[in-house]
Ligand binder design. Structure first.
Ligand SMILES: C[S@@+](CC[C@H](N)C(=O)[O-])C[C@H]1O[C@@H](n2cnc3c(N)ncnc32)[C@H](O)[C@@H]1O
Length: 277
């Protein structure tokens, strides 16, 4: 019988994200416009130009891949990579549906099977918090970048400033209990959490920038279904209808403090980390 994966290990992340891949692909196209809010500042900070070679890490179902692809035309080359083939499959499908080309590589970001100095830009959206040792990934990013290349990473700000996460996570934990396999997406929420790892990897001109977004979501509309499915993956999908209804009622109850009239006001806070190799 296979050994259970060590908590927080790459094997455990692989198992957890494999289970979530179907939900992420199911919502990917419907959430594309919303994803763009986060993609724009990330891609702008990374600054890819037409003709650049760009590597995106932990690409999942392809965010911010489509935005990057547009930025490097004509003549650019984009490689999307992820630990989990089932997640990357969503990106392959979305590029194929749009008739766009990119390279797709299944790999652990901490051990890149890519040549030294082979990219002008490396990006990573909401991925580094899942790598057991971010300093290994940053050393690899530095190695594959050309001298003076640009790295841009997006991480979540504090949980307290991301109410949608508080609501869905709180509801899932209240009904199903905590998921011991899930790494904390807010692991790098403290200012400066990755500054030392960037410096050790050899990066210079390191800058952090916090960004806050406001969202007004209509009460009575199930806008919370996507984050619920995507953060809890297989656990929610496996629920009997009555248990699912109880979970959904708990989400709506927990949204109440954020309600103003017929809409919920939900902010999100992210942190953009940029540096040069
Ligand atoms: C929150 S998703 C982000 C996906 C996409 N970048 C986005 O913003 O929609 C995190 C991704 O990190 C990937 N991941 C986790 N550990 C990884 C590792 N060690 N190396 C590469 N990717 C990893 C997961 O498979 C998953 O696709």
């Amino acid at each position: 019988m296979a050994e259970p994966a060590r908590p927080g290990s790459v094997a455990e992340q692989r198992a957890a994200w494999t289970e979530q891949a179907t939900a992420w692909d199911r919502w990917a196209d419907r959430l594309e416009r919303m994803a763009e809010r986060f993609n724009q500042p990330l891609v702008e900070a990374a600054g890819p130009k037409p003709g650049d070679r760009v590597l995106d890490l932990a690409s999942g179902i392809g965010e911010p891949g489509l935005t990057l692809h547009k930025a490097i035309q004509p003549g650019g080359r984009l490689v999307l990579s992820d630990l989990v083939p089932e997640m990357l499959q969503g990106a392959v499908r979305r590029f194929r549906d749009r008739g766009l080309e990119a390279g797709f590589v299944v790999q652990d970001a901490q051990r890149l099977a890519l040549a030294d100095c082979s990219f002008d830009v490396v990006t990573c959206r909401f991925g580094i918090m899942f790598f057991p040792e971010p300093r290994l990934a940053l050393a690899e990013v530095h190695r594959v970048l050309v001298a003076g290349g640009r790295a841009a990473f997006l991480v979540w700000g504090p949980l307290a400033d991301n109410p949608m996460f508080q609501v869905t996570r709180g509801a899932v934990e209240a009904v199903l209990g905590p998921d011991p396999r899930q790494r904390d997406p807010f692991r790098h929420a403290e200012p400066g959490a990755l500054r030392g790892d960037f410096a050790t990897a050899g990066f210079v001109s390191y800058v952090e920038k916090d960004l806050t977004f406001e969202r007004h979501a209509k009460a009575g509309e199930p806008f919370w279904r996507a984050p619920l499915d995507m953060t809890s993956g297989g656990r929610v999908a496996a629920l009997e209808p009555a248990a699912r209804a109880a979970l959904e009622a708990e989400v709506i109850r927990r949204l109440e403090p954020f309600r103003q009239g017929d809409a919920y006001r939900l902010s999100s806070r992210i942190r953009l980390l940029t540096a040069r190799s």
